[in-house]
Design a protein around this ligand. Structure first.
Ligand code: MN
Length: 262
């Protein structure tokens, strides 16, 4: 397989949830746990020693013998993917509007995942909701809705154009992510989020912000546990938008961190 006798890396991806819905035609009234295809494809897009096999980590039932910690032991690294809002309950708030109630079940499950991988110092990469989850799990807070709580900020999510919505980001001078990306100072990225980091958790260091409104767009955890996250969706950056940041170096760096610990 061109892997130089090394086994492929085993990367777990957190599940998205469709909770039981009596109106859904398929699996009516059943709970679905799923992943988004381009997230899986992007994570597995490198070759040779950076090749990764991707596994969905389903939330185990409470009665199961095998729990999240067992998955963390068995897998080499974790990607926290995008999807639904976080619940404000997860950072000690009530929803300002009912439609911003988020997915508390998924918050609890992904917080367990993050902490289990961190306890073993296994690398974690967060995308969009994944970035927000990391911030909240480590003690930070979110804007429930950026445009509501920070009037005058950019439109960070537009349902009509979805992953074509975009803006510039600028990197902090000492950003480790900027260094990984070849000492760049700015870039163009998509923007598919209406929540965002409000108070950054202790230990997290900002890599990039949206310069127009100061919204945090990327961060890295200081210390020896490799945790980093981006607010944009690198897995949606493709040939439609050659001006978008090529995030392959971020993936390669993440997988190199994983490989170094296997
Ligand atoms: Mn944005």
């Amino acid at each position: 397989m061109g892997l130089a006798n090394k086994r492929p890396l085993r990367i777990g991806i957190s599940a998205c949830f469709f909770h039981a819905d009596p109106a859904r035609a398929v699996f009516k009234g059943k709970t679905l746990q799923y992943l988004e295809q381009s997230m899986a494809h992007w994570t597995a897009s490198l070759k040779g020693e950076d090749g990764a096999m991707v596994y969905l980590i389903p939330a185990p039932s409470a009665q199961a013998e095998i729990q999240i910690e067992h998955y963390a032991h068995d897998l080499d690294g974790l990607v926290l993917e995008g999807g639904s809002d976080l619940s404000p309950k997860s950072y000690g708030e009530s929803p300002i509007k009912p439609e911003w109630s988020g997915d508390y079940v998924r918050d609890l499950y992904e917080t367990k995942l993050l902490k289990a991988f961190m306890a073993l110092k296994k690398p974690v990469f967060g995308v969009c909701r994944g970035a927000q989850l990391i911030n909240v799990a480590l003690g930070g807070t979110l804007y429930q809705d950026i445009s509501h709580q920070r009037p005058g900020s950019l439109v960070h999510r537009d349902w009509e154009i979805y992953d074509q919505n975009q803006h510039d980001i600028v990197f902090e001078p000492a950003s480790s992510m900027a260094k990984i990306l070849g000492n760049i100072t700015s870039a163009r990225v998509n923007s598919v989020h209406h929540q965002g980091v409000k108070d950054l958790a202790p230990g997290l260091k900002v890599d990039a912000i949206s310069p127009v409104d100061g919204v945090i767009e990327a961060f890295t955890l200081e210390g020896d546990t490799p945790v980093s996250a981006v607010q944009w969706h690198p897995e949606f950056h493709d040939e439609r938008n050659p001006e978008f940041l090529d995030c392959t170096p971020l993936l390669r760096h993440f997988l190199a961190q994983v490989r170094a610990r296997v």
